[in-house]
Design a protein around this ligand. Sequence first.
Ligand SMILES: [Fe+2]
Ligand SMILES: [Fe+2]
Length: 371
Amino acid sequence: MKEGLRDIWDSIYKYFFVSGKKAEENQERPVKHYQPVIDPAELSDTATKMFQARPKEDASTEKIEEEKPWWDFAGHADSQAPVFDILQDDRIVEELNRKLDADEFPVIEIPSNVMKAMNILDKRDFEYVEITDLIRRSPAMAGEFIKAFNSALYFRGETITDLKVGLPRLGKENIKAMLYVYSSKMNFSSNVLFNTLAKQIVEHCYTTALIANYIGQDYYANPEEAFIAGLLHDIGKLGILKSLTETYEMPEEIDFEMTEDVFDNIFPSIHERAGEYLAGNWKINDSIKFAIRHHHDFNTMEGADPDMEEYHLSALVNLSDSMARILGYGRRISKTNIFETEAAKTISLEKNNHTIEFIGNIPAMLSTKAK
Ligand SMILES: [Fe+2]
Ligand SMILES: [Fe+2]
């Protein structure tokens, strides 16, 4: 290229491709080499550390516990109930056992109208209308039945306030069990000391009955029987309270809340036997009597036989009792995972998505039961 032409070309190049000043700068700028802050040899290790979570200086370092489902229960706090020396005395249980042996244990009185209703129910050809008037004579009793008609178990989309409509739906055996339980509760209606506790025990029994019936529909051949066994399972506690009021002088007033915890040295060791005694008096069938007697020791009792139907009924009541207590209906319960209990294993309630959903319905079912 000739000298003159080269100059023209350089001028055109600079004009179109590099602005004059920048071109100068570019030419002048020294070449800089990138100096990595981190030695590449350490990069992979450093990168891991770089993205490691680090709590903020002011953030709590406490680990947040994942919320567990209700059936995996951490256990209630220890009892706050006062301890009474006299109730810790083993002679009280000895005396209760003696009364049961000698057939001197108090039988809970059943009002005459309720007894008449029982007799009618025992007739082969009875009409529900025959017992309606008898039950109506006890407004409190009639109220309990109406509550049951409208509980989750029997609710069929319409509120029932008429005994004539509701009683046939409950069926003969359920009516009898309810008559016994609610008559027992009424024995304490004028007892200032034990009235509230008796109500709580019956509420626990009723909740256990609803759960036993619900689970029994899939895990027991006779869910109606499961309901009755649940309803009667702790009835012995009312018998014990009655016996104590008859044997010992009780204070007129107390300045603490009377709860089951007060009887921790008495109820656990003898309420099953007392319940079986009362159920025997009421001519309750043998399977239910067995479940009342063994709802706590079905798997450790002498002669425990997993092939027996009664064994399964006892396990079902035990399981329903635990669930009721976890859900706040009944006495304290220690750490319990429902699926890991002997009772769940006995009735073959295994943990899987279906059973988690199945028992998951129970709290909602209980919250819709009539209060
Ligand atoms: Fe019990
Ligand atoms: Fe119970």
